[in-house]
Design a binder for this molecule. Structure first.
Ligand SMILES: [Fe+2]
Ligand SMILES: [Fe+2]
Length: 163
């Protein structure tokens, strides 16, 4: 008798739980959708004669590549948890306690202070670009970096809360 293949669609008691099955289907679908989106962006970037539009679409492409990667990593990690006990999951489990607690908090605090300073600097910079905000991409780009900085602060705040 051949070995029975257990995959993420397996509905037997040996397979993933219903929650794992549904989440996996959802994550895989989303990863595929992100890939479709990426192809559309690439076509748009290739076909437009506008360099400004192309520049912005290329920024979006970089982000969508990262989204696709993260969705794939979420799906693969879930699969590894469900079928192999999480031994090879790409996304690590929360193991801040393996590191020196004070060292993690110290580093996080320092990085957070930098990001907060960065946020203030960017705000000032955006103010000095007010005159060209509707006639160039510069102010928009600074605004996007401000949003990124908020994201960086959210990441570090997560670490501070859970370390
Ligand atoms: Fe996306
Ligand atoms: Fe940052």
């Amino acid at each position: 008798m051949g070995e029975i293949m257990i995959d993420m669609k397996n509905e037997s008691s040996a397979g993933p739980s219903p929650w794992e099955r549904d989440l996996y289907a959802h994550l895989s679908e989303h990863a595929d959708a992100e890939r479709g989106l990426l192809e559309q962006y690439s076509t748009v970037a290739k076909e437009t004669p506008s360099k400004a539009f192309q520049y912005l679409v290329n920024l979006l492409i970089e982000e969508e590549i990262r989204h696709h990667k993260i969705f794939s990593e979420l799906a693969e990690s879930l699969k590894d948890e469900a079928l192999a006990g999480g031994r090879n999951a790409i996304i690590p489990t929360l193991d801040f306690d393996r590191a020196n607690h004070d060292a993690v908090l110290d580093a996080t605090q320092r990085l957070l202070a930098n990001e907060q300073k960065d946020a203030r600097d960017l705000k000032g910079l955006r103010r000095s670009l007010r005159d060209v905000k509707d006639t160039s991409l510069w102010s928009l780009l600074v605004e996007l970096m401000e949003r990124d900085t908020q994201k960086h602060i959210a990441i570090l705040t997560f670490v501070r809360k859970h370390a």
